[in-house]
Write a new protein. Structure first.
Length: 247
């Protein structure tokens, strides 16, 4: 895997999810990532993460893995909502991890959250390590996403769960045209203004629209060996939370 590169990048076409370009893109927008999240999701993103975290199995002194942890919003949500829990966060963008580390330090949660550089498709952890693994708005960016899901299952103990929170395409007949207009026209313009990077947010709608539909993702999760896979659509289907159990 390539190291992280702090340089301006030419933003990729949706099909070209070259890991080096994805790393570079996230490091470039890292400083504005949280603000962009709040603005572009109209502030709803927090409740989506909360719901996804709620799907993790609760055990005493639980230990979870947050894949593609970015600026650590999911990791922080976990330790704040599940007493006694610890989280290992992993991401391959050092720019995002730096901001995550600052947030964890500010929240004085360095005893509960540890961060590590790593690739979702080759997780640097042994089998059966965690009680649950979660990925929020990350799997869409992983070129070999089936491998990523398989890795998330490998590192979780039997009886644990894999949780995936990701954008999906709204199918509601009334809202679909409005949604498409928002993500293809409004969202890239706001993203460009806030991030100060031309084209930074054209990748987001492209990746959202090209990601597999919920049933297809469910099938892929089952193919990796996960059981009782189910999904929950939130906010008219703008995002979906998939949950699978590790046999
Ligand atoms: C949209 S951000 C999501 C961050 C965070 N999970 C959240 O809820 O805000 C996507 C993150 O996925 C990371 N990422 C993408 N592909 C990855 C991979 N193959 N391995 C590790 N991290 C990856 C990026 O570096 C970025 O931090």
């Amino acid at each position: 895997m390539t190291g992280n590169v702090r340089r301006n990048c030419d933003y990729m076409e949706p099909s070209a999810k070259d890991p080096a370009k994805i790393q570079s893109m996230f490091s470039t927008i890292a400083h504005r990532y949280d603000l962009l999240n709040r603005v572009l999701s109209l502030g709803i993103d927090r409740s989506w993460r909360k719901f996804a975290v709620g799907q993790l199995p609760k055990t005493e002194n639980a230990y979870y893995l947050d894949v593609a942890t970015g600026t650590c919003d999911v990791a922080l949500e976990i330790v704040n909502s599940i007493p006694g829990s610890r989280v290992q966060g992993v991401d391959f963008s050092t720019g995002m991890l730096e901001l995550g580390k600052e947030k964890v330090m500010t929240a004085q949660l360095t005893d509960s959250i540890d961060l590590r550089f790593g690739d979702a498709t080759a997780l640097p952890f042994q089998d059966n390590t965690f009680d649950g693994s979660i990925i929020a708005f990350g799997i869409r960016n992983v070129q070999e996403y089936k491998k990523g899901i398989s890795e998330m299952g490998r590192v979780v103990k039997s009886g644990g769960r894999v949780v995936i929170l990701e954008f999906t395409s709204v199918q509601n007949r009334i809202f679909k045209p409005l949604y498409r207009f928002y993500i293809t026209k409004v969202l890239p313009s706001i993203g460009e203004i806030i991030s100060g990077k031309k084209g930074a947010y054209t990748y987001l709608p492209q990746s959202m629209l090209s990601f597999p539909a919920p049933d297809e993702l469910k099938k892929t999760m089952e193919e990796t060996g996960l059981q009782n896979v189910r999904y929950h659509k939130l906010t008219l289907g703008a995002v979906t939370v998939h949950v699978g159990s590790v046999p």
